[in-house]
Design a protein around this ligand. Structure first.
Ligand code: HEM
Ligand code: HEM
Length: 347
C-alpha cells in the first residue's frame, strides 16, 4: 500500500467517509435531471465564497451613499468586479436551476408519500433564496436597489405583523440597509443552510424517488455507489460555474446611478417581475393577497395529489395546474418586461 493510499484509508476509517461514499443508490439518480439539485449545492458554495469576498469591500452604510460608493469601487476594480459578476450571475443561474429542479420533482411526483416534508422544505428553501436575491439587489443602493427597498417598505406597511421585521419601526435607530445587509450575509444564509441540512437529511433517509411507477422496480434497478453521484454533482456544478464565469467575463453585473428616492424609473430583476406586473394591474396593496395564496398552494401540493401513481400522463389535473401556473407567472413577467416602468409607491 502506497503512502498516499494509506492516508486515504486512515481518513476513511476515522471519518466514516468510506461507508458514506460507498452507500448504494439507484442508477437513475445520476440522470442529468436528478443532478440539478446537486449543481445548485455547488453554485450555493460559489455564492458563499464570492459573497464573503465582496463583504471585505462592501460598506452597508446609507450615509452619503457609502454603500453605492463601495459597490462602484468593486465594479471599477479589476478582479473584484469579476467576483461581483460571479455573485450576480451565479444568483441568476442558481434561481433558474432551483426552478428546473422543482419542475423535475413536480413532474416525477417526488413530493408524494413519504416525501411530503421534503417538498415543504424545498418550498422554504425557494422562499429563502428569493429573499437572498431580493435583499442582495437592495444592497448595491443604486436606483434599482433604492426603489426595491421603497416597495419593500410600503409592502411591509400593508402586510401588517407578518412583515414587522422589515419595517423601519422595528429598530428605528438602525438604518434598514444595515439590517438588510445582516439578513443577507448572516440570517438568511443560516436559515437556508439549516433547511438544506434538513433537505439533504430527508433525501438520505427516504432515498431518491423512482420514476414512473412500474416503469422500473426499485429493488431490481441497478445500484451505483453514492460517490458516483458526487462525481456527477461536481461535473454539472463545474459546467454551471464555467457558464457563470464566461458570462461574468463578458457581461458586468448591472449598476445604475446612485439611488434617488424621489423618482420611480426602474424595473426589478426577472424573478421579481411578476410581482411588478401585479402592482401594475392591481396595485401594491394587492401583492400580499396574491403572494400568500400562491405560496400556500405551492406548499400543499402533496395534499392536492395523493393518488398512488407518479406517472405524469395519469396525473392530468396536476399537469394542467402546472402549465396554468407557468403560463400565469411567465405571462406576468413578459408583460412587466414589455411595458414601460410605472409608478407604484404611495398609491
Ligand atoms: C437551495 C435549493 C435546493 C437544493 C440545494 C436542493 C437539493 C436537492 C438535492 C441535491 C436533491 C437530490 C436529488 C436531485 O438533485 O434531484 C433534492 C431532491 C429533492 N428536492 Fe430539492 N433542493 C432545493 C430546492 C428544492 C425545491 C424548491 C423543492 C420543491 C419545492 C425541492 C424538493 C425536492 C424533493 C421533493 C426532492 C426528492 C426528489 C426525489 O426523491 O426524486 N427542492 N434536492
Ligand atoms: C445563495 C445565496 C446568495 C444569493 C442568491 C445572493 C444574491 C445576491 C445578489 C443578487 C446581489 C446583488 C448583486 C449586484 O447586483 O451587485 C448580492 C449582493 C451582495 N451579496 Fe449576496 N447572495 C447570496 C449569498 C451571499 C453571502 C453568503 C454573502 C456574504 C457572506 C453575500 C454578500 C453580498 C454582498 C456584500 C453584496 C453587495 C455587493 C454587490 O452588490 O455587489 N451574499 N447578493
Amino acid at each position: 500500500m502506497s503512502f498516499g493510499s494509506k492516508w486515504v484509508s486512515w481518513v476513511k476509517g476515522r471519518s466514516g467517509l468510506g461507508t458514506f461514499l460507498d452507500h448504494l443508490i439507484p442508477a437513475h439518480a445520476n440522470n442529468p435531471t436528478y443532478v440539478i439539485g446537486g449543481a445548485v449545492v455547488i453554485l450555493g458554495l460559489v455564492q458563499g465564497v464570492t459573497g464573503v469576498l465582496l463583504q471585505q469591500f462592501y460598506h452597508p452604510s446609507p450615509d452619503a451613499n457609502a454603500a453605492y460608493g463601495t459597490v462602484s469601487y468593486i465594479s471599477a476594480t479589476q478582479g473584484w468586479s469579476f467576483v461581483r459578476n460571479l455573485h450576480y450571475w451565479g444568483a441568476q443561474l442558481l434561481l433558474v436551476l432551483v426552478i428546473l429542479h422543482m419542475l423535475r420533482v413536480y413532474v416525477s411526483a417526488a413530493y408524494k408519500r413519504p416525501r411530503e416534508l421534503l417538498w415543504v422544505s424545498g418550498v422554504a428553501l425557494l422562499v429563502s433564496l428569493w429573499l437572498l436575491a431580493f435583499t442582495g439587489s437592495v444592497l448595491k443602493w443604486d436606483q434599482e436597489g433604492v426603489e426595491a427597498l421603497g416597495h419593500n417598505l410600503e409592502l411591509s406597511s400593508y402586510a401588517g405583523p407578518l412583515a414587522y421585521w422589515f419595517s423601519p419601526s422595528f429598530a428605528p435607530d438602525v438604518p434598514i440597509l444595515i439590517r438588510l445587509n445582516s439578513a443577507h450575509v448572516t440570517l438568511l444564509p443560516i436559515i437556508a443552510l439549516t433547511i438544506i441540512g434538513v433537505h439533504i437529511y430527508l433525501i438520505r433517509v427516504l432515498g431518491i424517488s423512482t420514476p414512473k411507477n412500474g416503469a422500473s422496480k426499485p429493488e431490481s434497478e441497478r445500484k451505483v455507489p453514492f460517490s458516483s453521484h458526487i462525481k456527477w454533482m461536481l461535473v454539472y456544478g463545474s459546467i454551471a460555474f464555467l457558464f457563470v464565469a464566461i458570462v461574468g467575463i463578458f457581461v458586468a453585473a448591472p449598476l445604475s446611478s446612485v439611488g434617488n428616492t424621489q423618482i420611480e424609473v426602474s424595473k426589478p430583476d426577472w424573478y421579481l417581475l411578476w410581482v411588478y406586473a401585479v402592482e401594475n394591474y392591481v396595485g401594491l396593496q394587492a401583492v400580499p393577497f396574491i403572494l400568500t395564496p400562491a405560496l400556500v398552494l405551492m406548499t400543499i401540493v402533496p395534499a392536492l395529489d395523493r393518488s398512488a401513481t407518479t406517472d405524469p400522463r395519469k396525473r392530468k389535473v396536476m399537469m394542467i395546474l402546472l402549465v396554468a401556473g407557468v403560463v400565469f407567472f411567465v405571462g406576468l413577467m413578459l408583460d412587466a418586461a414589455l411595458l414601460p416602468p410605472k409608478s407604484h409607491l404611495g398609491g
